[in-house]
Design a protein around this ligand. Structure first.
Ligand SMILES: NC(=O)c1ccc[n+]([C@@H]2O[C@H](COP(=O)([O-])OP(=O)(O)OC[C@H]3O[C@@H](n4cnc5c(N)ncnc54)[C@H](O)[C@@H]3O)[C@@H](O)[C@H]2O)c1
Length: 381
């Protein structure tokens, strides 16, 4: 990286904050400027290495906003601490790229950006589900290639998911939002696997089932599965929404892909390594009626050999959170985390994070993962 890869805003700011990628919108920058920060933004599209980021931190840096493509571990948190840094925020809800334990060891609070990605990411999972079920990628390629000779009863027959069973693996914020979109929109039954029950989701679907009955329609049900295998065996389409950690690495593998229905649909918008991608390629090759929709890849941006040639796989380049509102919201929340920490505010402790997108925000840092470990007080209202 050279100095021309970095753009500086608010030169006179007294606190130096580095931002490792350009961010959309302007509110995030206003927040940092109002807090007296000089903002240095890397405008290169290249993924920064640990060495690049260490060089950018230099000898004086108060805070950093980093990306999920960067390995924020012991080396970087030690460098940030040594440069006088007191705050870090990932510009993402997932933080598998961050060694939170190392950050805590160096006394650096770590922020993330939950709440603004939920519906946007769930919608992309829905889009991939139906793109796979209705074969829109294949059909579009066929049409663009000039192969369409007129309406045919047998052209691109897909799967009708109406009133079938949707499975989710990981029933947190995004998984639950996806489940509701599928259940409410397509009257599907739900079976889910998670380490914990999601009582709110279960209650919601039970109430929705009562509503359907009151309209003279057949109800739907929601069931927490005893095991992942049960979801894979019973669902017609399955969407993955877990975090990526040691417990979920290759959670979907050759053995359990074999349990899925012959014509099932598997969608992944969580993180690539949750699925053994080579096993998925082999499974799709040998099961032409099986379909997959992928937003994330194991060796991103690379794909496992053979994936790109599969007609029964729909692929998009990690854009599940790519709506303007969400991406601007992520930038604003990440800036809010850093501003809150630099100004010595407490950590927000309520699920509704939207007040931080308004012009006037609560005097708190929106989402600090290791607040408890670092003894950062919680917002008292
Ligand atoms: N593709 C994208 O652009 C994009 C956008 C947003 C989030 N994500 C990914 O989606 C993930 C989920 O986001 P969220 O906001 O819903 O998080 P969340 O923390 O609300 O939900 C994650 C759920 O996974 C469950 N879980 C954890 N380990 C599990 C295991 N071994 N087996 C079963 N369930 C397990 C948790 O109990 C939790 O309910 C993020 O961690 C991130 O990696 C991707």
């Amino acid at each position: 990286m050279s100095s021309k890869d970095w753009e500086i805003h608010n030169h006179s700011g007294s606190k130096r904050v580095i931002v490792t990628k350009e961010l959309p919108g302007t509110l995030w920058r206003r927040r940092l400027t109002q807090a007296g920060c000089k903002i240095e933004v890397c405008i290169s599209e290249d993924v920064l290495t640990v060495a690049d980021i260490k060089a950018a931190i230099g000898t004086h840096c108060d805070a950093a906003l980093g990306q999920l493509t960067e390995a924020w571990g012991d080396e970087l948190f030690a460098a940030l601490k040594a440069a006088g840094g007191t705050a870090y925020s990932n510009v993402a809800v997932g933080y598998n790229n961050v060694d939170v334990e190392a950050a805590t060891k160096h006394g650096i609070p770590v922020g993330n950006t939950p709440g603004v990605l939920t519906e946007t990411t769930a919608q992309m999972a829905v889009a991939l589900t139906f793109a796979a079920a209705r074969r829109t990628g294949e059909a579009e390629r066929f049409l663009r290639a000039g192969k369409f000779k007129g309406w045919l009863m047998t052209l691109f027959l897909g799967e009708l998911l109406w009133r079938k069973t949707v499975g989710i693996v990981g029933a947190g914020r995004i998984g639950a939002a996806y489940a509701r979109m599928m259940v409410e929109g397509h009257k599907m039954n739900l079976i889910y696997h998670d380490l914990y029950p999601n009582q709110d989701l279960e209650n919601y679907i039970a109430a929705y089932a009562e509503f359907l009955k009151s309209q003279g329609e057949a109800p739907v049900y929601c069931k927490r599965a005893e095991s992942l295998e049960e979801v894979l065996q019973q669902a017609d389409c399955i969407s993955i929404h877990t975090v990526l950690d040691d417990s979920t690495h290759h959670l979907i593998n050759q053995e359990n892909l074999a349990l899925m229905k012959e014509n099932a649909i598997l969608v992944n918008t969580s993180r690539g390594p949750v699925v053994d991608e080579a096993a998925l390629v082999a499974h799709c090759q040998s099961h032409p009626n099986f379909r997959a929709g992928l937003d994330v890849f194991e060796d991103e941006p690379a794909m496992k050999p053979g994936l790109v040639d599969l007609e029964n796989v729909v692929i998009v380049p990690h854009i599940a959170s790519a709506t303007r509102w969400t991406r601007e919201g992520m930038a604003t929340l990440a800036a809010g985390n850093v501003v809150g920490l630099l100004l010595g505010y407490p950590a927000w402790n309520q699920p509704d994070i939207l007040p931080f997108l308004a012009e006037e925000t609560p005097k708190a840092a929106p989402s600090i993962i290791n607040a408890k470990e670092l003894g950062i007080p919680l917002f008292a209202g």
